[in-house]
Design a protein around this ligand. Structure first.
Ligand code: FAD
Length: 458
């Protein structure tokens, strides 16, 4: 450890990216402090379903799933299209299987390969999540692992800026309402403070097309860490890409599981019309739903409801009255206020496309298991912004880069602070798990590299 430093590595933000970076740096022998501005850890990671893609994981092999980094890279690129951080897609696909194995085997994080569905962008079962599909459980396991590894996670300590000397990042300044301001000097700083979706000014400046979307993520995502990176010469990549969600349950604010759509459900607006091909994914479909006439409804059937009831969050939504069973199309029209004729027309067209009698009017080709049939189920939904996917340009190990490609010495960025791998702009490029992939995947790589940078690596 360098003698003038208080700690080898300081990490800003105790979400998935920060906690995994901490574990990786501690594994390499570095002393690590994680500073969290809120009074609880978790951030957006705690609100997520905790689903992390791992291409070529041990659990996939045990389940006979044929996957590898090349296949994962191809899948993610097919969904995202070309973008400004393809080196990250490549690197994260290469390391994701071993990342999941490392979290499970070394740090006892309880992640299970999801076999019920593949979700958006993945050609094989590749997502690994807590059995509950709750990010809060992932955060709890990561905090327990950090405690075991001797990592200090300090809550209620907002970082207000970087200490920079002669262009080298030397630590952070901490300032909060209930604490005396102080400085923490470190050999390396990892920014893991997430994106800027909770900061309307930054959204308007960097990704104005998102300004009309209501934000449903954690309120700590205010983007200040990205601004510090820009102040020391960093620059943005994929700035206007985002993860949206086409079907946030209204007024509950929780996710209406996309399983309801993947198994054959549709989204209709107040005119009774579908708004496009839902199978572009829950993020990509956000834009179409934004253009629909409110209120928006998810329409599926009791067979799909019963399959989805395996998911805790959906079960809770049903218990809260967020999924109303309707005996027939007439009751659907009554409950939703949608004109019956238009509804019948939509259902008839969709049924004939799903039977293969004619092409779907919106080009949908995957209709789930069977055509929709009564009794139906309806859930009121609204589109939302979950997570910005643009951020600082970083290299494959999370080192922050200037516009000329040189590194900002001592500064790393992961997760929502760093450029995402979900396309250059818009919500269509998002594959399920991309948010946590850049958080925990880049977290592991940056934790390793930061430990090396301070000379405490093995
Ligand atoms: C409802 C929902 C569901 C989702 N589901 C999934 C999913 O299943 N899979 C997936 O891959 N992605 C999912 N996402 C996206 C995913 O949650 C995020 O991409 C990911 O959690 C980002 O991790 P992070 O570590 O970068 O940020 P976070 O988990 O948000 O952690 C950042 C932390 O930094 C703290 N912080 C911010 N500023 C400061 C500061 N100045 N000083 C100190 N601390 C600071 C914040 O308070 C926060 O605790 C979902 C998002 C939402 C909203």
């Amino acid at each position: 450890m360098a003698t003038e430093n208080d700690v080898d590595v300081v990490i800003v933000g105790a979400g998935g990216g920060g906690l995994v970076a901490a574990l990786a740096a501690a594994d390499r022998g570095a002393s690590v402090v994680v500073l969290e501005k809120l009074n609880e850890a978790g951030g957006n990671t705690g609100l997520s379903t905790g689903s992390i893609p791992g291409g070529g994981s041990a659990q996939q092999k045990a389940a006979g799933v044929n996957d590898d980094p090349e296949r994962m890279f191809t899948d993610l690129m097919r969904q995202s299209g070309p973008h400004e951080a393809e080196h990250l897609t490549r690197r994260l696909a290469e390391t994701s299987g071993a990342l999941v194995d490392w979290l499970v085997d070394k740090h006892h994080v309880r992640l299970k390969l999801i076999l019920d569905y593949k979700h958006v962008g993945h050609s094989v079962n590749r997502l690994h999540a807590p059995a509950s599909r709750r990010g809060g459980d992932l955060v709890a396991d990561l905090l327990a692992a950090c405690e075991k590894a001797g990592v200090d996670v300090i809550l209620g300590n907002p970082v207000a800026g970087l200490i920079v000397e002669d262009g080298v990042v030397r630590g952070v300044k901490v300032e909060g309402e209930r604490i005396e301001p102080y400085e923490l000097r470190a050999g390396a700083v990892i920014l893991a403070a997430n994106g800027f979706a909770a900061n309307r000014d930054l959204v308007t400046r960097w990704a104005p097309e998102l300004a009309s979307l209501e934000y449903f993520g954690a309120h700590g995502s205010t983007g200040e860490a990205i601004e510090w990176g820009l102040q020391v010469g960093g620059h943005l990549k994929n700035a206007a890409a985002f993860q949206g969600y086409a079907a946030v349950a209204y007024p509950h604010g929780s996710i209406l599981s996309w399983t309801t759509v993947e198994k054959g459900g549709v989204l209709i607006d107040s005119t009774g019309s579908r708004m496009g091909d839902e199978i572009v994914g829950y993020s990509g479909f956000t834009t179409e739903v934004t253009g629909g006439q409110q209120p928006i409804w998810a329409l599926y059937d009791t067979r799909i409801r019963d399959i989805t009831l395996r998911e805790d969050e959906y079960r809770e939504l049903v218990e809260m009255g967020g999924a109303k069973e309707c005996a027939d199309d007439q009751e659907v029209a009554q409950v939703t206020g949608v004109p019956l004729d238009a509804l019948r027309d939509t259902l008839e067209q969709y049924a004939s496309a799903s039977r293969g009698d004619r092409p779907d009017q919106h080009g949908r080709t995957d209709f789930g298991a069977e055509p929709l049939r009564p009794p139906y189920v309806v859930s009121r939904v609204t589109p939302g912004l979950f997570h910005t996917q643009g951020g600082l340009d970083v290299d494959t190990e999370g080192r922050v880069l200037r516009g000329d490609g040189s590194e900002v010495p001592g500064l790393f960025a992961v997760g929502g602070v760093a450029a995402g791998v979900s396309g250059q702009t818009g919500g269509r490029g998002y594959s399920s798990g991309n948010g946590l992939l850049t958080a925990v995947g880049l977290g592991q790589l940056a934790g390793d590299a930061a430990a090396d940078f301070v000379g405490s690596g093995d």
